[in-house]
Design a protein around this ligand. Structure first.
Ligand code: SF4
Length: 417
């Protein structure tokens, strides 16, 4: 079947529900029924314009969002059968309009300068929405390329670099200045930036892997997934057994990457059952098909070895509901410990921000250790806003992008006073 026939078939499967549950499930609130209606009518530019109202990352989010937990998880068609493949339709519309410029919006604030620290999904989205409203925007990025996790975290087999580059180019073409090689706390200072800019948006993410506090965590060959995925620089896994701790998309991404690098076995260790894994079912299935092993209901107790990893000790878990709660929690089963030979352990249990940097710059943190903001993304410092993974919450590209867009709206209001 031709791609366009397949797309039309998927679009026509959509019921154009009046209540728009899919839109409610989308972190960005994309008007999904409306853009699908345009696709049905073969009006792809109009479909793109509908999406542009809420997002500048269609080609990316259409490919990598955890759709089954967002839009598609809320699709009415999914109640009795398969949901509409909204992700595929969104990326199709984004790709079909890849040569079209992003529309400018109303010029609300001209002659105002905004600095954005961090050019990942949140910073890029904020930059786009600010520039579309007339702001003079400069992104300060520490890496050679913009994109944050898109270029330094998500492997090529999941997201083609051409798609990322095209998306970034279109955003930068809105007239955004980009300064690479700038690191807050090193060659960039918040106090000085405040003198030069009317507002600042902090979006430098949470890039440091969290490590389980277990015996042996400091042994050689224990790594953090974020650090390995960042520059795609890895030790030699050939013929080795590798344990990945965690159940999210980062765990799956690193597992599939390590598998491609000739490891003898790649083993994802997760405390709960498969259905509770935060990773997308599609990604889990792809990993299984590629030969990744899954060890469910097991918790890492210690890492054993002389200098470097030789074994890991796991304990079996059972899932228990706390009184009055529907959610099940993993509880270790006493005396169910067992050991397996392992050469590498990779932690993929989440990431944290550079707290020291935040505190040194006078930023208040919340109780979870992220930068504290109010409902309008204001930090405790006047004129300084923050969003994306830096403020915690649901750390997906779409949620980070939403924070960027909403922070941009708050910044515009702030600048209008
Ligand atoms: Fe279409 Fe599903 Fe959204 Fe209904 S819920 S409008 S069927 S995508």
């Amino acid at each position: 079947m031709e791609k366009i026939d397949e797309i039309m078939e998927i679009a026509n499967y959509c019921l154009n529900c009046k209540t728009k549950p899919c839109q409610n499930g989308c972190p960005l609130g994309n008007n999904i029924p409306e853009f699908i209606k345009c696709v049905k009518e073969d009006k792809l530019e109009e479909a793109f314009n509908v999406l542009q109202e809420t997002t500048v990352l269609s080609s990316i989010c259409g490919r990598i969002c955890p759709h089954s937990k967002q839009c598609e998880g809320n699709c009415v068609r999914g109640i009795k059968g398969k949901p509409v493949d909204i992700g595929l339709l969104e990326s199709f519309v984004g790709d079909a309009n890849k040569d079209k410029n992003i529309n400018l919006k109303e010029n609300l604030v001209s002659n105002k300068k905004v600095a954005i620290i961090g050019g990942g999904p949140s910073g890029l989205t904020a930059a786009a929405f600010l520039a579309r409203s007339g702001c003079n925007v400069t992104i300060y990025e520490k890496e050679e390329k913009l994109g944050g996790i898109l270029n330094y975290g998500i492997p090529d087999f999941r997201l083609d670099k051409k798609v990322i580059n095209n998306t970034i180019e279109k955003i930068v073409d809105l007239g955004i200045n980009v300064k690479n090689g700038y690191i807050l706390g090193e060659n960039l200072n918040l106090e000085n930036l405040k003198k030069e800019y009317d507002a600042i948006y902090l979006a430098f993410g949470a890039n440091n892997s969290c490590f389980m506090d277990v015996e042996g965590k400091d042994l050689e060959n224990v790594y953090g997934a974020n650090e390995l995925l960042k520059y795609n620089e890895h030790p030699d896994y050939s013929g080795k057994d590798v344990a990945i701790i965690g159940g999210g998309n980062v765990a799956i991404d690193i597992a599939r990457t390590v598998k491609r690098l000739n490891a003898k076995s790649v083993n994802i260790i997760y405390r709960r059952e498969e259905k509770q894994m935060p990773a997308e079912p599609k990604e889990i299935n792809d990993a299984k098909n590629e030969g990744v092993n899954f060890i469910h209901k097991a918790n890492l107790v210690k890492i054993i070895g002389n200098n470097r990893v030789e074994k890991i000790e796991l304990i079996k878990t059972e899932l228990v509901k706390k009184e009055g709660e529907t959610r099940e929690y993993p509880v270790n089963i006493e005396n169910s410990n067992y050991q397996i030979n392992m050469d590498y352990v990779i932690m993929a249990i989440g990431s944290k921000i550079n707290k020291k940097l935040a505190i040194e710059n006078g930023l208040e943190l919340n109780e979870k250790g992220y930068v504290k903001v109010d409902e309008n993304y204001n930090t405790n410092i006047e004129g300084v806003f923050a969003g994306g993974d830096l403020i915690g919450g649901k750390c997906t590209v779409a949620w980070a992008s939403k924070a960027g867009r909403e922070a941009a709206k708050s910044i515009i209001k702030y600048l209008q006073f």
